[in-house]
Design a protein around this ligand. Sequence first.
Ligand SMILES: [Zn+2]
Length: 198
Amino acid sequence: MPYTASQSHRARSTLAGVLVLVGLTVSGCGAEDDAGQAPGAGPRPQAARSGKVTIVYEERTVPPEDRQVVTLIRDSRVLERTADWVNRTLTLPYDMVVKVTAEVPPGVTDAVTQPDGRTIYIPPSFLAQIEDSFADVVKTVKRPAPFPASQYNTDDLTVLATEFIFGHEMGHALQRQLLLANLGLEEDAADGFASFYT
Ligand SMILES: [Zn+2]
């Protein structure tokens, strides 16, 4: 935070992330200053147990106009896929909860990771923006040759973009929980994890 990227900028970034895997050039979501954080500083991870990533859909908060896209993402299990990979592969010092919810902290309009890396918010309205962008893309942008025709539709592109964006946020969350040293920009490192994971 703060979230200053315009929607059109976000939409272009989303497309870029999915189709050519260049980095999302979002501004803001990693703005917390962690400069000077020494590797290994802070609370030590508990050796006895690993924190777990859980995905929570707060359906009661989702406005009617966003229910269809939330159902699309939930049924795709794309968020669970990433969470399962982290749960199988990594030892986390703390639990992490990923909330698909309209009840977000003030000022949050897109996917965001809290500074402690223990909560990721994904607002339904943000998912709807992604879907709107790709509804436009499939009508106006010629399919890149390497991209399968069977997946060049609004639903599949929305799911794939959400996977990349969630991977970006997971990159932030892992850096913050594991107190990883950033040798460059945190946003680039988060994109790096998303590219690696997806
Ligand atoms: Zn970010």
